[in-house]
Structure formats: structure tokens, C-alpha cells
Design a protein around this ligand. Structure first.
Ligand code: SAM
Length: 286
């Protein structure tokens, strides 16, 4: 099996297939040989486990996952990479590559069809242009997965793993904490990729709660409120929520006071319990 983190091997493959990197698709491939084995190990990949990968590229992380897991399903949007993956993953019979945009896929059905009887983990070096939407989709779809281990930009990692209610926190911090405990595993320098991006990266693991920690009649109300509160994060929660949801200020003001949340607070000051109370109250109002 060819070592895909070797720059000579990558260049040879890319030139034979006439492949050029697409900036728009966030194609920065890993060339640091120590990163993928570490990432795969820490993702919980192993016997009895199925791994869902998003964006396999030329298959450098996929090979590690295939070597450890019972089955791997890798979702790749770029058709040009399919023949490359055919070659680089030819040693494995436990891989299925799905040519699709991950944002368009019904991942619950895919997991049900492909990973019956297996524990499931997500492991991916995410395309940075859609880091937050992908993470939000994975969480909001309530996938039956143990954990989600992803490489993201360093700043995104720090935001996701920040405390809710701190200045570093954002909508994604609260959303992530609704379903799981985020953990920053290790940093990866920009030079570990080809082509090298402008910023460093980090690998995070989202340890999904086995039992829901926060219970709402409709989870989507929570995400709706969090998004609305952070939509204009410099404004007060009163202004941000009322303008984002198109509700009268006086109504939102009253709701916030009932929830014991100051209408003049900024979203970054609110706790998980504050967001849960507002979401519960708003869903009863609508
Ligand atoms: N896993 C490889 C690695 O570590 O070298 C490639 C990672 S690269 C940062 C991101 C990959 O995601 C690319 O292969 C890109 O084509 C793919 N991609 C981009 N947008 C996607 C989408 N919406 N759905 C599925 N794959 C996508």
C-alpha cells in the first residue's frame, strides 16, 4: 500500500490523474505522516466500529480508518477524486465511497443502511468553507454516533471548545454543547497540508451524550433561539432575537424577563440553561 502522506507519492498520483486542487472545495490534503494515524486512533475507530468520513480527498485518512474499522463510508463531492480513490483504496474491501454533497445527504438513512450492528464514529478533515454547517447538520440530525472527530481551523476549534457564556463562545459553541462534550485534542500546523492554508488547524472530538442532557419538546427550537441570539452578537439578545425571528420587541422583552434573562445582555453572556429556558418559552408562545 502506498504511503499517501509522502509528498512524492501524492505528486505522482495527482499528475497521473491530471488533478488540480480546488480552493472552492477546501482541498488542502494532509501530508504530515503523524496526523492521520493519531486522528484515527483518537476517533474511536476499531473493531466493531463503522466510520463515516466526509471529504476523503485522495484517501490518506481513509486508509487509516479502513485498517482499523469493520467498515468505512466516505462521502466525497468531487467526481475527479473517484478514480484516484479506486486506486489508493484498492487494498481494502471494507470501503464504500459515496459521490455526494454531504449537506444534501440523509445521513440517518445512510448510517442505518451501511452500519447495521456497528458502533458508529464520524472522522474527517473537514473542508473549512463549510465547517460549521457540517457540524450543525451532524448534530441537528441526531445521528446515532458515539463521537465526531474532525479537523477544523484552529480558531473554529477554539470557539467550539470554549465555555458557553464566555467571550470566545458563539452559536456553534452552544449548539455543540447541547448534544455533546467538545474536546480539543491537538493542534496541526499549516505546513502539514498541501497546499498549505494560511491558518493552523486543530483536531477536536465531540463526545456525543448517550442520554440527552437537555430535554426540549423540539430540539430545533433550541438551535433556532441560539442562532437568533447570536445573529447580531454585538446587539442585545432582545434586539437580535426579535429582529431575527420577526417578533415584536415587547413580546420578546416579556419572554426574556419571564425566563430571568436580562433583555440587555449579549448572547455571549447566556448559559446553556438560559438558552433552554428561552427555547421552551418561545415554543409555547408560537
Ligand atoms: N481527507 C483528505 C485529507 O485529509 O487529506 C482531504 C481533506 S480536504 C480538507 C476536504 C475534502 O472534502 C476534499 O476532498 C473536498 O473535495 C471534500 N469536500 C468539499 N466539500 C464537500 C462536500 N460538500 N461534501 C463532501 N465532500 C466535500
Amino acid at each position: 500500500m502506498k504511503k499517501l502522506s509522502d509528498i512524492g507519492t501524492i505528486k505522482d498520483i495527482l499528475s497521473r490523474y491530471g488533478f488540480s486542487f480546488s480552493k472552492g472545495l477546501g482541498q488542502n490534503f494532509l501530508v504530515n505522516p503523524s496526523v492521520c494515524p493519531r486522528m484515527a486512533q483518537l476517533s474511536g475507530a476499531g473493531e466493531g466500529v463503522g466510520a463515516l468520513e466526509i471529504g476523503p480527498g485522495i484517501g490518506v485518512l481513509t486508509q487509516e480508518l479502513c485498517a482499523l474499522c469493520d467498515k468505512v463510508v466516505a462521502v466525497e463531492i468531487d467526481k475527479r477524486l473517484l478514480p484516484v480513490l479506486d486506486e489508493t483504496l484498492s487494498d481494502f474491501d471494507n470501503i464504500k465511497v459515496v459521490n455526494a454533497d454531504v449537506m444534501e445527504l440523509d445521513l440517518n438513512s445512510l448510517i442505518k443502511e451501511e452500519f447495521s450492528g456497528l458502533d458508529v464514529v464520524v472522522c474527517a478533515n473537514l473542508p473549512y468553507y463549510i465547517t460549521s454547517p457540517v457540524i450543525m447538520k451532524l448534530l441537528e440530525d441526531r445521528l446515532p454516533v458515539n463521537s465526531i472527530t474532525v479537523m477544523v481551523q484552529k480558531e473554529a476549534a477554539q470557539r467550539i471548545c470554549a465555555e458557553v457564556g464566555s467571550r470566545q463562545g458563539g452559536a456553534v459553541t452552544a449548539a455543540v454543547n447541547y448534544y455533546c462534550e467538545p474536546e480539543l485534542l491537538f493542534y496541526v500546523s499549516a505546513g502539514s497540508f498541501m497546499p498549505a492554508p494560511k491558518v493552523d488547524s486543530a483536531v477536536i472530538r465531540l463526545n456525543v451524550y448517550k442520554q440527552p442532557k437537555y430535554k426540549l419538546e423540539n430540539d430545533r427550537d433550541f438551535f433556532k433561539i441560539v442562532r437568533a441570539a447570536f445573529a447580531q452578537r454585538r446587539k442585545t439578545v432582545l434586539n437580535s432575537i426579535s429582529s431575527s425571528l420577526g417578533l415584536e420587541k415587547s413580546v420578546v422583552n416579556e419572554l426574556l424577563l419571564e425566563c430571568e434573562v436580562s433583555p440587555s445582555a449579549r448572547a455571549e453572556k447566556l448559559s446553556m440553561d438560559d438558552f433552554v429556558r428561552i427555547a421552551e418559552r418561545i415554543s409555547r408562545y408560537e
